[in-house]
Design a protein around this ligand. Structure first.
Ligand code: HEC
Length: 163
């Protein structure tokens, strides 16, 4: 009895804490920690971008013959990339670039164009994955460069250049 009572109290405390932190984040000045919605979005998009980059490295490396060709790994990387591409835009909501973020304000002022750039990658990656699935590396290789080009197509306008 006592035990379940204190468990309930603890759950209540946890609940009110999370409500508190959700309210606290309403005040501007986003921080890079995940306690704010903007901070959580920033961490999410970094994770998505790092996986996207990892998959692109595998795909591009095999296409340029810098990594030994592995048909199974190639197919999987193209399928994974297509899935991850569909997760990009949700990493930019709600709007905000916490410290450390390289997102430019244009992401949110040109939101529909930004979404289009994400769709460009999604479409290219879906085409690449479909070609790899049906015809293997030989059928997909010619689509790799175009897919990789959509990364820069977005970064050029929406990501700060490295110093
Ligand atoms: C729709 C736009 C868009 C597309 C498409 C896109 N990126 Fe990004 N990417 C961004 C933005 C914006 C940032 C900066 C995010 C931030 O710091 O807030 C970023 C950040 C990154 C980062 C840095 C992640 C980190 O550790 O902080 C890498 C790596 C990256 N992108 C790789 C890629 C690769 C590879 C592709 C293509 C397969 C790609 N991106 C496609 C917009 C895009």
């Amino acid at each position: 009895m006592k035990k379940s009572g204190s468990l309930l109290a603890m759950m209540g405390a946890v609940l009110s804490l999370s409500v508190l932190s959700a309210c606290g984040s309403q005040q501007g000045g986003a921080a890079a920690d995940a306690d704010t919605p903007e901070g959580a979005a920033f961490q999410y998009r970094q994770a998505v971008m790092r996986i996207v980059a990892n998959k692109m490295t595998t795909i591009g490396g095999m296409a340029r013959e810098e990594i030994p060709l592995d048909e199974t790994a190639f197919k999987k990387a193209t399928a994974d990339l297509a899935v991850m591409a569909g997760m990009i835009t949700e990493g930019f909501m709600p709007a905000g670039a916490p410290s450390g973020s390289k997102s430019l304000p244009e992401v949110w002022t040109n939101w529909s164009d930004f979404q289009q750039k994400a769709t460009d990658l999604s479409n290219a990656a879906a085409g690449l994955a479909a070609a790899a699935q049906t015809g293997g590396f030989a059928a997909a290789q010619g689509l790799v460069q175009g897919t990789a080009g959509t990364c820069g197509g977005c970064h050029r306008t929406y990501r700060m250049r490295a110093e």
